[in-house]
Design a protein around this ligand. Structure first.
Ligand code: SF4
Length: 333
């Protein structure tokens, strides 16, 4: 009979937190790393606009999430696991989750629940280690990666909620190459959908009866940091990042969209590095205070942030702004 790690490899399982790192490789890295105890963490702390699949999965499939964690703990020969929870998600799902955890606790497994106010950076895999350890919530320098030096300096396996769901399904022989899509924005049927992972954006909208009858464009992978594409590109483009699909009318004012994005970045910047801390604040002020969008200044700041920010949050800002300019506004700056 095949063991679980072989089945995970054959299913070509990748992480669903956004980075798409192969799950089996991550397991093997933590297994090989020196240090005990090893830890497993379920990251249930989504903090980006338009991304809300964790709450849906936790509410509908709590047994699968815990099963995925226990399977990972057994593979790593550890009994210690943590949840990094968006506090409101914990409040809404604890009545389902806690009885399942209790059953495993009777068998010697230990689950510690850490709750935090929802934030983007709180879900970053090294910032959440700091949070659980009671330190300032900001990303750590990588390498070393958490697989080698993670929680309390020990090898740590951090998985997103959806990845744990997939691990349980592989173990049960019921895995499908699907993913959870979060659909939001100016559409008829917003919500979370579980569909094949190779669909184009156009097909996703069609299959969920959300294809707009008006001029539209979409932002995919994250409601702030995601790629912006037009309706023609949507016929070829597949999902990226954290699985969100936000639909906008082509009549949406550029200033309104930039204000949403920059407000998010200014609020979510953890302040550790200057380009992101100062850049995100300046971007928000520039758009807020000027009726005409100062595109040249904006692009200068965005480029610097993309090249010099410490972590994925600050670096990612070039993606929405540049793709919006090129694919929707058809502007060259
Ligand atoms: S890029 Fe932003 S969020 Fe990331 S470390 Fe720098 S200030 Fe913090």
């Amino acid at each position: 009979m095949k063991n679980l790690i072989t089945k995970i490899k054959e299913a070509k399982l990748v992480g669903r937190g956004g980075a798409c790192f192969p799950t089996a490789t991550k397991w093997e890295m933590v297994k090989k790393a020196k240090g005990n105890p090893k830890y497993v963490i379920c990251n249930a702390s989504e903090g980006e606009m338009g991304v809300f699949k964790d709450l849906y999965i936790l509410s509908k499939y709590p047994a699968e999430i815990v099963k995925g964690m226990v399977l990972a703990m057994n593979y790593l020969k550890t009994k210690e696991a943590y949840f990094n929870f968006n506090s409101s998600y914990y409040k809404q799902t604890k009545h389902k989750l806690n009885p399942i955890l209790k059953k495993f606790e009777k068998k010697g497994y230990k689950f510690t629940i850490y709750k935090e106010s929802p934030s983007y950076i709180g879900g970053e895999e090294t910032a959440l280690l700091n949070a659980i350890e009671g330190k300032r919530i900001e990303p750590r320098i990588k390498p070393p990666f958490p697989s080698d030096v993670g929680l309390f300096q020990k090898p740590t396996l951090v998985h997103n909620v959806e990845t744990l769901f997939n691990i349980a399904k592989v173990a049960e022989g019921k895995f499908k190459p699907n993913r959870f899509y979060c659909l939001d924005g100016k559409i008829k049927n917003p919500g979370v959908y579980y569909l094949a992972d190779n669909l184009t954006i156009y097909q996703i909208l069609e299959q969920t009866k959300n294809l707009p009858k008006y001029g539209w464009f979409a932002q995919i992978g994250g409601g702030a940091s995601g790629l912006v594409i037009n309706a023609t590109q949507a016929k070829l483009q597949k999902m990226t990042g954290a699985g969100s699909l936000e639909v906008h009318s082509t009549k949406k004012k550029p200033r309104a969209l930039l204000l949403e994005w920059f407000k998010f970045y200014a609020k979510e910047s953890c302040g550790k590095c200057t380009p992101c801390r100062e850049g995100s604040y300046q971007l928000y002020q520039l758009v807020k205070k000027n009726k005409q969008i100062p595109w040249k200044k904006i692009m200068d700041i965005v480029d610097v942030m993309g090249k010099t920010s410490f972590c994925a949050l600050g670096k990612s800002i070039v993606v929405p702004v540049k793709s919006y300019l090129t694919n929707i506004l058809k502007k060259k700056i």
